[in-house]
Each structure stands twice: as C-alpha cells, then as structure tokens.
Design a protein around this ligand. Sequence first.
Ligand code: NAD
Length: 250
Amino acid sequence: MQGMLEGRKAVVTGGSRGIGAAIVELFARNGAELFFCHLGDEERADRLVRRIAGSGPDASHMACDVSDEAAVARMLDTATGRLGQVDILVNCAGIGGETAFTDMTVAAWDRMIAVHLRGTFLVTHGVFAGMLARGDGRIINIASQLAYKGSPGLAHYCAAKAGIVGFTRALSLEGAPRGVLVNAIAPGPVETELLAGLSAEWHEMKRREMPLRRFGRVEEIAPTALLLASDAGSFYVGQTLSPNGGDVMI
Ligand code: NAD
C-alpha cells in the first residue's frame, strides 16, 4: 500500500504511540502530510517524526489534551497553520482503566467520557465546518469492539466507545450529502500500553475468548484507517468496521 493519500493533509489525535502511531506511519508512507497530538509524550513523538522523515511529506506534533476546549482550539490552529487545511481527521486519543463498578468514582467516569467522547466531539467540531465548506473530508473515529461486547471493569470505557459509534452514525448523515464521510473502527484487543494497564485476570479471560488465541498488532488496525481515509473507502458512510480477530459476542 503506497501513495493512497498523496497530497492529503491529516490530523491524528493520540498519534505518538500504539494504534495512532501505526496510523501516522502508514498515512505518511502513503503520501499524507501529518500533524498529530498526544498527551505529554514529546520524546516518543519526536522519535516517530524522525522515523517517518524521508518516507513522505513532513510530520509534526504537539501536546494537547483533547478534552480541553481551549487546548483543542490551539492545537487545530497550529495544525491548520502547518497543513493549510485538514482533509482527514482520525480521533484516536484514548485512555484505559479498569474499575469494578461499585468502586468507580464520578471522577473516573467523567475522565473516561471526557477524553473519548468530549475529545472526539471537540476535535471533530473544529474541523467539520471547513470540510463541509470544501465539500470534501474524512473523519475516522476509533471506537472499540467492547462498545458491543462489554467487559467487566470497563463500564465507563464501553459506554464512551458505544457513544462514539452512535456519534459516528449521526454525524455521517450530516456529512455524507456534502462530501464528508464519517466512519469508525472498532478494534478487538491490540497489544499496546493501554492494554498493558489492565489486570492479568482480564488478559487471561480475553485471550481465552479470542478465536485467534492472540491479541492484534497495531499494524493490523492501521490499514482499516487507510481504507476509510482513501479513495478506496468512498462508499463507506456511518460504518463501524471491526478488525477484531473474531472477538465477537459470546
Ligand atoms: P496507547 O495508550 O498506546 O496510546 C494512546 C494515545 O492517546 C497516546 O498517543 C496518548 O498520548 C494519547 N492520549 C491519551 N490521553 C489523551 C488526551 N487526553 N488527549 C490527547 N491525547 C491523549 O493506546 P492505544 O491502545 O493505541 O489506543 C488508541 C485508541 O484505540 C484509543 O482510543 C483506544 O481506546 C482504542 N482501542 C484500543 C484497543 C486496544 O486493545 N489497545 C482496542 C480498541 C480500541
């Protein structure tokens, strides 16, 4: 897969590591100019920019908490200053955190919803009008297979991800008639730092459920984002695609 995004300008939230970094790398190899944000992951973001230098147009990054309205406005100002415009947005920033529901604090609930749902809203809101005005754009929201399947200890996470699936469907109906395609990806479990933070019991339970008897790799998720961002994805509207290794309802 090469050259599928020549001349396109992309913003990826949560692009410094994990699934977001794999998307940044694959988009860069396909000719997109990249701007990504992260939460305090400067060194890793610098390393990623150095790694992809030479494989495509420039990439740049900045720290930005996607749940912070003013910070998102600053980040998008900087991004459009660098890129000129945003043709593709990938909302990938996310956090984990496992808590039995009886122990779940209001603060933990609010933070989970803020990073995933408010963050997706804020960044999308900042680029959507421009895309509509140009009659062209792609928005790809990273949900999770757990939006459908649920998981013990992750009620807040599953609720946030299910919200992203609904948000994607609704927004796609406003975007599609005017050339802006909005879709989501719901990965199954993928080996990243987010997953590393979950308990040994969770990992054991999950691995037993996986028909492939393994978790995914970030490189197995990024191609779905490339499909949805490129001309090859021109007939996808409001869909949530699930590269999940068969991790379906039990
Ligand atoms: P990760 O921990 O490796 O990376 C998370 C990224 O998000 C980092 O770049 C981090 O800096 C950034 N981030 C975290 N909080 C942020 C905030 N408030 N503002 C801006 N950036 C922030 O995690 P990952 O596994 O690569 O997860 C990426 C996305 O994929 C998340 O939305 C996650 O929920 C989703 N997802 C992950 C899995 C999995 O199994 N790993 C499965 C399904 C969905």
